[in-house]
Design a protein around this ligand. Structure first.
Ligand SMILES: Nc1ncnc2c1ncn2[C@@H]1O[C@H](COP(=O)(O)OP(=O)(O)O)[C@@H](O)[C@H]1O
Ligand SMILES: O=C(O)[C@@H](O)C(=O)COP(=O)(O)O
Length: 423
């Protein structure tokens, strides 16, 4: 059975695709909705991830794009669906998780599904409906100061209730710990009581396996990538592989110069920039210069050109989240998207100058960069750290090695060590 996945951003897409590949599921990731499904069907994929950039889009736009993706996935023969959002439930005050989940449930003629953001591999757990990052409630982490999706509440039930008129319930850990049959019975009880969305507690992968089994009859689940471990009917012992492994068309990245572009202001990316700054030549992209309309792209590329032959370069707009919040009232509303455009143009210029191995930090930033590079699909390669694989690009004149890193993923030395995972 073909599993059709809709991811609300591009780093989230590679996170999910990598988790599915690790389950032995042949997975392909496409960027946006392709014109035709022929190539995907021919590839023999068992799962398809459609990566959208809908997390911070206006609600109606996010809903429409997600429904278009669902229609396409149905056309190519999918029978089960997975709406992937962030393990820190990143959303704007108006949505988009609730409205998109409602629209997908309606379109599939369902009346019930799960809300399961837990991702224990990266420290995200849900206890009594509250989302924790390691031991801190979500609203006490740097996510409170996120430039686009500040999270001021850790209670996922409440967050969902803000975003949907549908009824939201909770399956607590006491139930989850009793295993799939008990969870399924609780789903039945909630459903009979008119609950449409059940937020499900999960503390570890054992819980996610049980929840995955309990979801076996649901045509749609909504979750972070965590639930992927519970979805393989029988987890296979195959070694992890990408879509085209063993296929004569497997793209081979040509190598080329190395660069890191960081547009995330999340805590992990700040630490990674700090660790790389003493080691790599570094170009800070100044948000004030961007909003003043200075030609930051030309300046950055002129700076990078003579350095590329000697090793990786780092270009970042990254600043501590508290500084970004403090500057917010002085900068125009479209600052974040102008920075994304700037970083995307820099990425494009770097690739034209011979960069063939590129790390991009930040989900929205990755969306902008991937669009500027004309990438149509990604072949999933080796995992660098949980949720971040190397990928090979499809649709570019030659395959690039691209790592799309979620803002808060990866260890402090990620930018320094990631290259070692490349074949
Ligand atoms: N110094 C800054 N000031 C304001 N916004 C910024 C700054 N640096 C980056 N941004 C914007 O913040 C957003 C970060 O989002 P994203 O790339 O998704 O990172 P993350 O994965 O951490 O959520 C992007 O829109 C980016 O352009
Ligand atoms: O689920 C997750 O945490 C990630 O897959 C993800 O979506 C992170 O988003 P960004 O931090 O915006 O990259």
């Amino acid at each position: 059975m073909l599993l059709g996945c809709i991811a609300d951003d591009f780093t989230g897409g590679t996170d999910l695709a990598s988790a599915l590949v690790a389950q032995g599921i042949r997975t392909v990731q496409v960027i946006g909705v392709p014109e035709t499904g022929e190539e995907v069907v021919r590839s023999g994929a068992e799962a398809v991830v459609v990566a959208l950039k809908t997390r911070t889009a206006p609600v109606a736009d996010a809903v429409e794009q997600s429904l278009t993706a669902l229609r396409w996935l149905r056309e190519i023969g999918c029978e089960r669906y997975y709406f992937k959002y962030c393990s820190t439930f990143d959303s704007t005050p108006a949505g988009n998780i609730g409205p998109v989940a409602d629209a997908l449930v309606d379109a599939l003629g369902m009346d019930f599904t799960v809300i399961c953001p837990a991702l224990p591999a990266n420290g995200r757990t849900v206890r009594d409906g509250r989302l924790f990052v390691d031991d801190a409630p979500l609203d006490e982490t740097s996510m409170r100061q996120h430039p686009l999706t500040p999270m001021d509440d850790a209670n996922v039930v409440r967050l969902m209730r803000r975003q949907t008129g549908s009824r939201v319930g909770l399956v607590g850990h006491g139930t989850v710990a009793q295993g799939p049959e008990r969870i399924r019975a609780e789903f039945g009880a909630l459903r009979s009581a008119g609950i449409r969305f059940a937020v499900v507690d999960a503390i570890d992968d054992h819980d996610l396996l049980a929840i995955g089994r309990a979801c076996a009859d649901l045509p749609l689940v909504t979750a972070s990538s965590g639930l992927a471990i519970g979805l393989a009917e029988t987890p296979r012992a195959r070694p992890p592989h990408g879509l085209t492994d063993g296929d004569p068309h497997t793209p081979v990245p040509f190598g080329g110069a190395r660069a890191v572009i960081a547009g995330s202001c999340s805590a992990a990316t700040n630490a990674q920039v700090e660790a790389a700054r003493p080691v790599y030549p570094t170009f800070p992209v100044d948000p004030c210069a961007v909003v003043r309309g200075e030609d930051v792209v030309t300046a950055a590329l002129r700076w990078a050109r003579p350095l590329l032959a000697d090793g990786p370069v780092l270009l970042h707009a990254t600043q501590p989240a508290r500084n970004v919040m403090a500057a917010k009232s002085r900068l125009p509303d479209d600052t974040a998207s102008r920075i994304e455009d700037t970083l995307a143009s820099i990425a494009r210029g770097l690739v034209d100058m011979g960069v063939g191995r590129l790390i991009v930090a930040g989900g929205e930033t990755s969306g902008a960069v991937v669009a500027a590079l004309g990438v149509t699909g990604l072949v999933i390669g080796p995992e660098i750290s949980p949720g971040v694989p190397w990928t090979w690009t499809l649709g570019t004149p030659w395959p690039l090695a691209l790592a799309l890193k979620s803002g808060n993923f990866g260890s402090r030395d990620f930018f320094l060590d990631a290259w070692e995972r490349l074949p």
